[in-house]
Write a protein that binds this ligand. Sequence first.
Ligand SMILES: [Fe+2]
Length: 159
Amino acid sequence: LHDLLLDELKDLYSAENQLTKALPKMAKAAASEELRTAFEDHLKETENQVNRLDRIFKELEASGKGKKCQAMAGLIEEGKEIIDEDAEDSVRDAALIAAAQKVEHYEIAGYGSARAHAELLGLDEAVKLLQETLDEEIGADTKLNGIAKEINVEAESPA
Ligand SMILES: [Fe+2]
């Protein structure tokens, strides 16, 4: 189980690092200021989430390197297609939100499993740090739900 946890953490580490590069592009592509700010805020959170993982690896005396999260690479690739799409602003924003929520749900699942496995292994500090990040990811998803409510109405009949 310890090896599985390390593998999960490496996957998340790769996912978060990929996301720190993708979020600025998603922010730039967002037409809604609220959505752009949400992406920028989540970038700051994501950088802090990378730091938390660094602390966990230090505690476990392991390296975070050596694995590429293919799922996040795919999700980001889909996001890139949306950015490049020729669409109404509100429709593109609605699509960006949907893409971002897929990312959040992937992370929520990943952190949920890692947290549960760390708990079984009695790694209290890791559990605490993983829970903090899990709460942030859930918060980001909830925030996107709120923004989507307004933008999806606009996207239904773009100006
Ligand atoms: Fe994250």
